[in-house]
Design a protein around this ligand. Structure first.
Ligand code: COA
Ligand code: MG
Length: 293
């Protein structure tokens, strides 16, 4: 079974047919049709119908992006209507914004099972991505992930909503969200799922985006949200190891095969098990990106 690769997750408003069709032709690893913040309240019903229709009329093609639908927050009245309409198109995954209450998430998982049965899907087969973007959500990220069990596909970190919720003042360095952003990455690692970094809103600044994405990678993130097609390439560059990193990791792992000691010397540095595991991780990501065999 191919391992999922989630470097870029491109958001496209669910009320814009032309853009959704375009998104499906782009090289993003996943596209997410949005029914939440990108759609005005009066446009929600039309957007649901449009998302269902676009998904139905455009079945997945090999090599194309995976698909996901962001429904409305579980604190709103909209999410049940979202499910009732979009589940007809059997999306492989849903994204849950402002995920912060394990009890409500467990209820969603149950109601989703009923929808799955209604549309002939195996109950439990729809994956869930949780966006952690409230103060409570950050503090409860691990429990939120556990609450949806095997459905969990990944965590995302939303800096702007968190700033609004917690009274943070956004700065270019993102230092004000560092604790929360790291916390979410650790929760995802503990849950053994991918972790997708915050949106970089200035879509005309590819260098700034790539720098922020590289910073996210150092924190443990495996991908980043995108809001514009031009953001896909810089994100992929940041989350794909360089050839030099891959070559170093392969040399190191080859050298380790010949070692009998747990700790040994390699190219002037001490190497032991955690460094080998880091090298294995680089090679795994490179293989998924087609860079190493
Ligand atoms: N998904 C798919 N296609 C997109 C896109 C997106 N998110 N954003 C832009 N495009 C397409 C446009 O349709 C256009 O295609 P064309 O050249 O074939 O006509 C091309 O990319 C260039 O678009 P551009 O003119 O540079 O963008 P814009 O100024 O019209 O729109 C935004 C800018 C930010 C409003 C738009 O990119 C957008 O809506 N992004 C998603 C916002 C969102 O979903 N937010 C919620 C989640 S955080
Ligand atoms: Mg939001």
């Amino acid at each position: 079974m191919p391992v999922e690769i989630r470097r870029s997750v491109l958001f496209t408003p669910g009320d814009q047919e032309k853009r959704m069709l375009k998104a499906l032709t782009l090289p993003a690893d996943m596209v997410c049709f949005d029914l939440e913040d990108a759609v005005a309240p009066e446009g929600k019903e039309a957007a649901r119908q449009l998302v269902r229709q676009v998904l139905d009329a455009n079945p997945p093609v090999p090599g194309g992006p995976d698909r996901c639908v962001r429904i409305n927050a579980l604190s709103s009245d909209e999410w049940r209507s979202d499910l009732a309409v979009v589940m007809d198109a059997r999306p492989p995954a849903l994204m849950i914004p402002k995920a912060d209450d394990p009890v409500t998430l467990a209820r969603l998982s149950q109601e989703l099972a009923e929808e799955e049965a209604r549309v002939g899907l195996h109950p439990g087969s729809t994956r869930l991505y949780l966006i952690v973007e409230t103060a409570l959500g950050v503090l409860r990220a691990l429990d939120a992930g556990i609450a949806v069990g095997q459905r969990l596909a990944g965590l995302l970190f939303g800096a702007e909503d968190l700033a609004a919720d917690a009274g943070l003042v956004r700065t270019p360095s993102s230092v004000e969200v560092l604790y929360a952003r790291s916390h979410v990455a650790l929760a995802a690692a503990a849950l053994d799922v991918p972790c997708i970094d915050q949106v970089y809103a200035n879509f005309q600044d590819p260098a700034g985006l790539e720098q922020e994405a590289r910073q996210a990678r150092t924190l443990g993130y495996t991908g980043k949200m995108a809001i514009h097609p031009d953001q896909i390439a810089p994100i992929h560059r940041a989350f794909t190891p360089t050839q030099a990193e891959v070559d170093h990791a392969l040399r190191l792992l080859a050298a380790a095969q010949k070692e009998t000691h747990g700790a040994f010397r390699f190219e002037g540095r001490m190497i032991d098990e955690p460094l080998l595991e880091q090298a294995r991780r680089v090679v795994r990501v490179a293989r998924r990106a087609g860079m190493a065999h």
